[in-house]
Write a protein that binds this ligand. Structure first.
Ligand code: 7PJ
Length: 272
């Protein structure tokens, strides 16, 4: 299956890696290493040569307690990196944003995917993408980044998240977004306890029955840290193990920081 990302193909014939490119000063997992624009561009190009099929640029940290950023700040961080990558590389470039104004501007600047942790619930978000031909990732988040880890509760997390994603698909389709543009993500760590996250990963196959490609982000997340008791910088092997199991359970896009290492693992999985 090939997804059209605003004119650039994303081939999902076998599982692919989406490289995480944070352009925030407070991103928990890379300490803001890539906030400098030229460093961020270099890092994006390296991820592609390491095997990333798509790069995901994010200018707003959704970590609990992160400093809020204005639309202008988010654009100032994302646009210079996006513009250069779009000009220099062939792969589609995604932008991780919740905000309709940012979506509209980055689509104009050549983004091929909108990766929205809020599943197009921001006012104007559905309209911002409906007139374009970009791909859209709809992710589940419980509550909002400020409150999502305050004792999140579900009676059946897999079913509730499944139902949420089905509703967001309907909203997108009702606004004229072709279903071939949609990708779904259960949103690991976004308003979920370790137990919720483990249930979701163990039952990921259920989400395939919605009929859309699945994207998952597990890389360096606190669920890995809680199991291992190690900081974000030491979660590579655990993250790769989780990525492999996600692919076995039907994930087609793995969003991660360690592109070369994850690509190596996925190539072995694909061969087997
Ligand atoms: C995710 C994301 C994820 C999607 C972040 C982090 C936190 N987008 N953006 N899925 N996570 N689609 O990278 O750890 O899991 S930000």
């Amino acid at each position: 299956m090939i997804i059209d990302c605003g004119g650039r193909p994303l081939n999902l014939g076998s599982p692919v890696v989406m490289g995480v490119l944070n352009v925030t000063p407070d991103s928990f997992s890379d300490g803001g290493d890539h906030f400098d624009t030229s460093l961020a561009i270099e890092r994006g190009i390296t991820m592609i040569s390491d095997g990333a099929a798509i790069v995901d640029i994010g200018g707003e940290s959704t970590r609990p307690g992160a400093e809020p950023v204005s639309i202008q700040q988010e654009l100032d961080r994302v646009l210079p990196v996006l513009e250069v990558l779009v000009a220099e590389v062939d792969v589609p470039i995604s932008v991780d944003t919740r905000h309709a104004e940012v979506m509209a501007a980055v689509i104009d600047a050549g983004a091929g995917m909108i990766n929205d942790v809020n599943a197009l619930r921001d006012p104007g978000a559905v309209a911002a993408v409906s007139q374009s031909s970009v791909a859209v990732c709809l992710m589940h988040m419980h509550a909002n980044p400020e409150t999502m880890q305050d004792n999140p509760q579900y009676s059946d997390p897999v079913q509730e998240i499944y139902d949420f994603l089905a509703v967001r698909v309907s909203a997108a389709e009702a606004a004229g977004i072709d279903r071939r543009r949609l990708i779904l993500d259960p949103g690991f760590g976004f308003g979920k306890t370790l137990n919720h996250n483990l249930q979701l990963l163990a039952n990921l196959e259920r989400f395939s029955t919605l009929g859309f490609p699945l994207l998952v982000g597990l890389s360096r997340k606190s669920m890995i840290g809680e199991i291992l008791g190690v900081p974000a910088s030491e979660r590579l092997y655990g993250s790769v193990a989780a990525a492999v199991l996600a692919v076995e359970r039907g994930a087609q896009i793995i969003r991660c920081h360690d592109v070369a290492e994850t690509c190596q693992a996925l190539k072995v999985v694909a061969a087997i």
